[in-house]
Write a protein that binds this ligand. Structure first.
Ligand SMILES: [Zn+2]
Length: 343
């Protein structure tokens, strides 16, 4: 057995091993009681006296080298990622649960309402929250002296908003300015719903917030009638609140529609008999609506003799509160998981 040959080959022999069992076999083969090294040691007495010491030292050096290589290989094979740096996956370990998120109830209701109208052929269009006085008021036939244009009813971006014939910027107080934007840009036929945030300087309480959400809808075409408005809103109300609800139109005034009506549905709790939720009236208001005023058409360059249309607007919070029986609007904005997890 040639010591030099063993020295050269032992490195690659160990490197090629893939398991601790194979390494143990190799250890026994070289370092075992009847192994290669023992055999070499056993051959010493047969050597010439002057050669024995040097040969003995070479055998010892080889033994140390093999021992060292085996120890290193053992560590490598026992390491968590055998043979490399890749992470080992322990499939027996308990997992980390990531709870699925969900949409905010106002987002859910907004999407539900928009989906009902898109199924009827409406498009969804959004507009900016900062608007001009023209789009928010003048274009919608709301005269300069109208109380809603006062600073205590609208957030103006500059304080001198009351100077006459101005067109200052403001935070839109309703989604209706998008009507003006769309009609200025497109020609009829139009069928559009407009979801979005609106702002009013209201003190925050259980039913008011300085910011809330509206959905506006309007149709413009030839021969659009009040009966079209009624049919579409009845379909909408029954989709949201159930087929057995009743609906009624109550005459009202809005500057941008003529005639105008507020729309009530029968109380979902008492079925129109009267309870504390509906103030003993049996009816609950859900939205405002009407036929688009001819002056609005004139402002956007439509001929009111040629076209007619209707518009409606509703508060998303109000619809959500009625739908889920929520009694305080502030719950929507507090990010309390105990509330949000119910939807
Ligand atoms: Zn009731």
């Amino acid at each position: 057995m040639d010591i030099e040959a063993i020295k050269i080959n032992i490195g690659t022999e160990i490197q090629d091993l893939a398991s601790l069992e194979a390494l143990e076999e190799l250890r026994v083969k070289y370092l075992g009681r009847k192994g290669v090294l023992a055999e070499l040691t056993g051959s010493i007495p047969g050597l010439p006296v002057e050669a024995r010491a040097a040969f003995g030292q070479s055998v010892n050096a080889l033994k140390n080298k093999i021992t060292l290589l085996i120890e290193e290989k053992k560590k490598l094979l026992a390491a968590p990622a055998a043979g490399g740096s890749a992470e080992r996956v322990d499939i027996g370990m308990p997992g980390i649960v990531h709870e699925p998120g969900r949409l905010h109830p106002l987002t859910q209701v907004t999407r539900e309402i928009c989906a009902i109208f898109t199924r009827m052929g409406f498009s969804i269009i959004e507009g900016p929250e900062i608007e001009t006085e023209f789009n928010n008021f003048t274009g919608l036939n709301i005269p300069l002296e109208h109380p809603s244009r006062e600073a205590f009813d609208t957030f103006y971006l500059k304080a001198d908003h009351r100077a006459p014939t101005t067109d200052h910027l403001l935070l839109r107080s309703h989604t209706s300015p998008v009507q003006i934007r769309v009609m200025k840009e497109k020609k009829p036929p139009l069928a559009v719903v407009v979801p979005g945030r609106v702002y009013r300087p209201d003190a925050v309480d259980a039913s008011h917030s300085f910011m809330f959400h509206q959905i506006e809808g309007f149709i413009v075409d030839k021969n659009i009638r009040f009966s079209d408005l009624k049919g579409i809103l009845e379909f909408f109300a029954k989709q949201v609140f159930g087929q057995d609800i009743l609906m009624r139109f109550r005459p009202h005034f809005f500057p941008f529609t003529e005639p105008s009506a507020e729309v009530d549905i029968s109380c979902v709790i008492c079925k129109a008999k009267g309870c504390s939720a509906c103030g003993r009236k049996g009816w609950i208001e859900i939205l405002g609506s009407g036929m688009i005023h001819p002056n609005v058409f004139k402002h956007v360059g439509y001929d009111p003799k040629k076209y007619s249309g209707f518009a409606f607007g509703m508060g998303v919070e109000r619809i959500a509160m009625l739908k889920y029986g929520i009694n305080d609007i502030r719950l929507f904005y507090e990010n309390d998981l105990r509330f949000l997890k119910q939807f």
